[in-house]
Design a binder for this molecule. Structure first.
Ligand code: FES
Ligand code: FES
Length: 166
């Protein structure tokens, strides 16, 4: 709904909590998340849909939050990295990234973890090729990708309950 300041009121669910916020029509979802609501785990790299650092999950699908306008998220459910786990209670994917030494500077990691979650939600036992395809929209300038792929494979095994059989 537009008001007199040309702002749009939207209702959005983020990590299971509902927010009612006023946004400018041109505001991007990444700016709503980071600047207005403080979900700074979502990172901005290229700002044009090429690096995947800003990946979040919207209604079950990964999106580049730099390419989505905030008002387009009206009525949607968003998952950001803050909704995955806490320092005291990491998500199995986050634990696997640490266990496999898959984190260097860390800038790409929130987006990588969310892309991995989206992949594993659909395919609990992906092949290496499927993992590489699943993270193909997420660029990492540090790791060379192999440890990230290993971490996702390890997380998948852990989440299936058969990690000890590897
Ligand atoms: S910052 Fe959104 S894809 Fe790079
Ligand atoms: S760990 Fe540095 S960009 Fe991926």
């Amino acid at each position: 709904m537009n008001n007199q300041n040309n702002q749009i009121r939207i209702n959005i669910s983020i990590n299971g909590e509902s927010y009612e916020v006023q946004v400018d029509p041109e505001m991007r979802l990444i700016d709503l998340l980071r600047d207005k609501l403080g979900f700074t785990g979502t990172k901005e790299g290229c700002g044009k849909g090429e690096c995947g650092a800003c990946t979040v999950i919207m209604d079950g699908k990964t999106v580049n939050s730099c390419l989505v306008l905030a008002f387009q998220a009206d009525g949607k459910e968003i998952l950001t990295i803050e909704g995955m786990g806490t320092l005291d209670n990491l998500h199995p994917i986050q634990e696997a990234f640490i266990r496999n030494g898959a984190v260097q500077c860390g800038y790409c990691i929130p987006g990588m973890v969310l892309s991995a979650k989206s992949l594993l939600d659909k395919n609990p036992a992906p092949t290496e090729e499927e993992i590489r395809r699943g993270i193909s929209g997420n660029l990492c300038r540090c790791t060379g990708y192999q440890k990230i792929v290993d971490a996702i494979k390890d997380a998948a095994a852990e989440m299936r309950g058969d990690r000890n059989e590897r």
